[in-house]
Design a protein around this ligand. Structure first.
Ligand code: GN1
Ligand code: MG
Length: 362
């Protein structure tokens, strides 16, 4: 689809004149651009929000605004800079938090935070530790947010819901790919009971529900030049769920020695020293409020989220690539295999992961 990006940008309350609009990043869901302005005016991030995934988008934008406003108040109280330490949503000219274009597409703009770095992998232990602190701090900042958020992504990290989708896709087999991935399907099926037992603890309330980010992969965090976390971004998925999803997704991305879609499986494994570094940072911010059950299942959450990711990539492959953007017809299968290799590595090092959590709790 072709969009008149300038016209869209100018539908928002941005300062200055647009110089150029360029594509940014590698998101799998939304389309992201940077709006560069002339002179000293700030630059902005423009996103086409994926209405097939997040709905309703207006509710999602309200959720994000609630979270940002809450964080900004706290940053100001502590003498920090609310324009750098939290996302700033720029409303459209009609004051809505989004702009609906004439193709029925939703757009949103936020301030671009200058002098920051986003990483696609944790390069050092210090960075992983800082990332852990950042996610932990984010969770503690929103822990007392009392305003309810609308669940714009029902069933997002709910494995019962994922199995329902999975069973339907397998039954339909819409593009005839199922037979080709018989072995991969067994990877999912053989762990069904284990994953459901964990999920039951959340359903029963033994593991509490709190506001969490739900997409804590490393590139959703902005670091400053000193390597400290400045701001957690990509708040589309902020929901009431378990904080374990955030820990698990971070471990999935910070500790992988290869790429999420590595074609060379030998590259892929979980580096236990990065688990240690991330857990140290994370627990330094959160151990005061986490419950015993949350702590008990922290290491498991890494397996849970990685397993869920294997399932989601494989399900999308069988479904004919309708959810994730793909760069080649086999891309979702490549992702599936690489994430499965990571899951196996987590299973092999599960006891060590548990010991690390205990180490930083005591
Ligand atoms: C998607 O859009 P992005 O890349 O931040 C996805 C996550 C997956 C991730 C896999 C709303 O995140 O759940 O873990 O890709 N977001 C949504 O890298 O589905
Ligand atoms: Mg992202």
């Amino acid at each position: 689809m072709n969009f008149d990006l300038r016209n869209i940008a100018n539908s928002f309350q941005i300062e200055g004149d647009v110089k150029e609009i360029k594509t940014l990043g590698e998101g799998f869901i939304n389309d992201t651009f940077i709006i560069e302005t002339k002179g000293d005016s700030p630059n902005y991030i423009l996103q086409r929000k994926n209405k097939n995934i997040f709905h309703p988008i207006p509710d999602m934008m309200n959720n994000i605004q609630k979270v940002c406003t809450h964080i900004k108040k706290k940053v100001v109280k502590k003498g920090g800079d609310p324009l750098r330490e939290a996302m700033t949503i720029i409303p459209a000219k009609d004051d809505k938090l989004y702009f609906l274009d004439n193709k029925d597409e939703y757009w949103a703009v936020c301030l671009f935070i200058e002098d920051t770095i986003a990483y696609n992998g944790a390069e050092t232990h210090e960075l992983a530790c800082a990332g852990g602190k950042g996610i932990g701090k984010f969770q503690s900042l929103v822990a007392d947010l009392k305003e309810p958020l609308v669940n714009i992504l029902p069933g997002f990290h709910d494995i019962r819901y994922r199995y329902k989708q999975w069973d339907e896709v397998l039954a339909k087999n819409p593009v005839g790919r199922k037979d080709k991935v018989a072995e991969e399907i067994l990877w999912i099926e053989s762990r069904r009971d284990e994953m459901l037992s964990f999920y039951e603890l959340i359903e029963k309330g033994d593991i509490p529900t709190r506001i969490s980010h739900n997409d804590t992969k490393i590139n959703n965090i902005l670091f400053d030049k000193k390597g400290e976390v400045l701001c957690v971004i990509d708040l589309d998925t902020v929901l009431s769920s378990t904080v374990l999803n955030d820990f698990g997704d971070a471990i999935r991305t910070y500790t992988n020695t290869g790429l999420e879609d590595d074609t060379n499986l030998e590259n892929v494994s979980m580096d236990i020293e990065f688990v240690r570094a991330f857990a140290e940072g994370y627990l330094s911010e959160t151990k005061s409020f986490l419950t015993e059950k949350e702590i008990e299942y922290m290491a498991f959450s890494a397996k849970y989220i990685t397993y869920e990711q294997v399932l989601r990539f494989l399900m999308d492959y069988i479904d004919g690539d309708n959810y994730y953007k793909v760069k080649s017809p086999e891309h979702n299968l490549i992702r599936t295999r690489a994430q499965y290799k990571l899951l196996k590595s987590m299973e092999e090092q599960f006891e060590e992961m548990n010991d690390i959590v205990k180490e930083f709790i005591n």
